[in-house]
Design a protein around this ligand. Structure first.
Ligand code: NAD
Ligand code: 89V
Length: 342
């Protein structure tokens, strides 16, 4: 098996997880890193023993010619960096949110398609092992035809201290977290034809909305509710658990707090503990997300080696991003928005 040489752009808060996960994947070696911020660049270089450090992404990609580049910067920088990778024929992973606008997202997908360059969006929530187990239970078919779904994320965890930009943007929870929940809804229940949205800001110290409730019409005819909140104080803080409810003609599936899966069908009710493993480098409560980082990055390597489009490719992510745009549009107009209109 030939070794894949990877390079990272963006040495911030979340990229440490990506670097830890690369370290666990056989046949991959991260050879170079880049950040405009010298202190962050050096901290990452020291932590992972990487000597090839660059302040400029173009300089790094030209000098190192890696087999792929992992972009872990925030959305405003994505288009220029993805287009740069495409222009140098370097396969590229881009963090979510893919882009600040549909126009930017479409331009990145086109640039990579024209250059014949694989492009995956790091949309990792659907790769959480409890969510994969829910899909397996659904696909088993024993609950019959699903007619209702709910994907729910409610917390009061302080996300602002690690990611201060989350408190500063005009958009917050739908763009940052709802995007994951909407992607899970697509993953479990199929593509969406229309969305109705209501939002609120409860925390007066942030700029954007921290609560969103969305009603989705799926192309299959089923309906689902995607609700998220960073203003929900519970007896037990659940961050970063996504809870799922599915009702079908012959039974139901619940993914409840504490990673407890319950399947009820003609055979009766079965409970299963689907807690994610605690990887050696992971820490609670982030371990669920951290495991999904490892799983999505393994999927990238398998897809790249097999010449297959990744499940969360740029092209696929256009549909999730369109739901984010539709949700903001609908929250402003208080109208249901047709997903195809974006
Ligand atoms: P961050 O601000 O901590 O880090 C981003 C880094 O990128 C900074 O160090 C910045 O200097 C660097 N950077 C920006 N533009 C650059 C450029 N053109 N060239 C070189 N370096 C550049 O941000 P973060 O919290 O690590 O988040 C990064 C992305 O990851 C965001 O889009 C965020 O939404 C996403 N994220 C994803 C998950 C997940 O589970 N998928 C979790 C947290 C954050
Ligand atoms: O997963 C994410 O995208 C993170 C968080 C869990 C804090 O919303 O930004």
């Amino acid at each position: 098996m030939t070794e894949l040489r990877g390079a990272l752009i963006g040495c911030g808060f979340f990229a440490v997880n990506q670097m830890n996960a690369w370290g666990e994947i056989e046949g991959v070696r991260m050879v170079a890193i880049c950040d405009r911020d010298e202190a962050r660049l050096d901290a990452m270089g020291e932590r992972f023993g990487i000597a090839a450090r660059y302040r400029d992404a173009a300089e790094m990609l030209r000098a190192e010619a890696p087999d792929f580049v992992d972009i872990a910067t925030t959305a405003p920088s994505h288009r220029a960096l993805v287009e740069l990778a495409a222009s140098l024929s370097i396969p590229v992973i881009c963090q979510k949110p893919f882009a600040p606008s549909m126009a930017d997202a479409r331009a990145m997908v086109s640039a990579c398609e024209r250059a014949g360059v694989p492009l995956m969006v790091h949309e990792n929530f659907r790769w959480q092992s409890p969510i994969l187990r829910v899909r397996e239970a659904l696909n088993a078919g024993t609950i019959g035809t699903p007619f209702f779904g709910r994907v729910s994320f409610r917390s009061a965890y302080d996300v602002y201290s690690g990611q201060p930009y989350l408190a500063e943007g005009e958009r917050f929870i739908i763009e940052d977290l709802g995007i994951h929940a909407l992607d899970i809804a697509r993953f479990l229940f199929g593509d969406v034809s229309a969305i109705t949205t209501r939002t609120k800001r409860v925390n007066p110290r942030i700029r954007g909305e921290d609560v969103a409730t969305m009603l989705l019409d799926h192309e299959s005819g089923m309906h689902s509710v995607v609700d998220c909140s960073y203003a929900t104080k519970l007896e037990e803080e659940r961050f970063p658990q996504t809870l799922v409810e599915i009702d079908g003609s012959e039974g139901s599936i619940r993914l409840d707090a504490g990673y407890r899966l319950t399947v009820t069908d003609a055979q009766g009710t079965r409970h299963e503990d689907v807690s994610p493993p605690l990887l050696t480098w992971a820490e609670r409560p982030w371990h669920n997300i951290q495991e999904s980082v490892l799983l999505i990055q393994k999927h990238w390597v398998e897809s790249l080696r097999a010449g297959r489009e990744p499940d969360t490719s740029g092209r696929d992510n256009l549909k999730t991003l369109a739901l984010v745009e539709a949700a903001y549009q609908g929250a402003a107009s208080r109208q249901t928005v047709d997903a195809a209109s974006l």
